[in-house]
Design a binder for this molecule. Structure first.
Ligand SMILES: [Zn+2]
Length: 293
């Protein structure tokens, strides 16, 4: 009996079906804590684990998934989609914020389960289909690669993608990685349509020894960040979602909504500008620190 159980466990490991997959990082078990899925607004749903955002946009002609969290998040994401009454098999398009293992790590398996098309910025397409981790990535050397996808289509900055009546626009917001992408779309409830923004990470995090101020591998890092902050300051933004939900205070805002606070605290029209302000300050501090090294 013990041998049979052991062989089953081995088979499960070999096929990646283990009930408790090995964790990819120290923070990962915390990031991957289960989170009941919920409707953000209209056809926009949160389906990720508690610490890593994954967003489902639904339409009668198929769905879109934004970000795939960790490899070990995939069973949760699939179950969350199902518990909302939708099916992973109906996801037609998968896009991402940036191709680090904690946001793009699950994309390969989610693509396999859904058969969806994957589309990404040209820099991210290279990482997703060829290298798993990008040269010029400030965290190059300190992060594990993402699982590769067989095919991903390159996007243009400002390109609008459609699935059914979903219209989703890509905005290149590099800095955290050279291929970072934020997304905008509209969702409606009873004729009231709001502007949603899914912002990529805006943090200047790096491997030991990398300098944002004068990197040979990523010489445009600072001006890329400035471009990304400018996008956030200007974007029509009724609801801000971020690749780490904490970065936009999602759980406090949701708790307010659940307590019945009116107007709905999930709708926060200053949130994008405030995030741009915090991110610009983090970059200033980082560059100041680099001066003294
Ligand atoms: Zn990252």
């Amino acid at each position: 009996m013990a041998l049979a159980a052991f062989l089953l466990a081995l088979a499960a490991l070999a096929s990646g079906q283990s009930g408790a997959p090995a964790s990819s990082c120290d923070n990962c078990p915390e990031w991957n804590r289960p989170q009941p899925p919920f409707r953000v607004y209209g056809n926009t749903y949160y389906v990720g684990p508690h610490g890593l955002t994954s967003i489902l946009l639904t339409s009668r002609a198929g769905h879109v998934l934004l970000d795939g969290a960790l490899p070990e998040s995939v069973p949760q994401i699939v179950a969350n989609i199902r518990s909302l009454g939708f099916r992973i098999e109906d996801v037609k398009l998968i896009v991402n914020s940036h191709v680090h293992f904690d946001h793009g790590g699950g994309i390969s398996e989610l693509q396999r389960l859904s058969g969806a098309r994957v589309a990404a910025s040209p820099w991210s397409v290279e990482v997703l289909t060829k290298t798993g981790v990008g040269k010029g990535d400030p965290q190059f050397g300190s992060i594990v690669p993402v699982a590769l996808v067989p095919r991903a289509d390159p996007l243009r900055d400002g390109q609008t993608l459609r699935v059914g009546d979903i219209k989703l626009t890509a905005h290149f917001t590099p800095g955290h990685t050279p291929g970072g992408t934020s997304w905008t779309w509209k969702s409606c409830e009873g004729g009231r349509c709001l502007n949603l923004v899914y912002s990529d990470s805006m943090t200047p995090v790096s491997a030991e020894g990398f300098r944002f101020s004068d990197s040979r591998e990523y010489p445009d890092a600072v001006q890329d960040f400035e471009q990304s902050f400018a996008f956030l300051r200007a974007a029509p933004c009724d609801i801000l979602l971020t690749s780490h939900p904490d970065a936009s205070g999602l759980w406090q805002r949701l708790e307010g909504r659940q307590r019945g606070v009116r107007p709905d605290p999930v709708v926060a029209r200053n949130a994008c500008r405030e995030l741009a302000g915090r991110a610009a300050e983090q970059l200033r501090n980082r560059l100041e620190m680099e001066k003294s090294r």
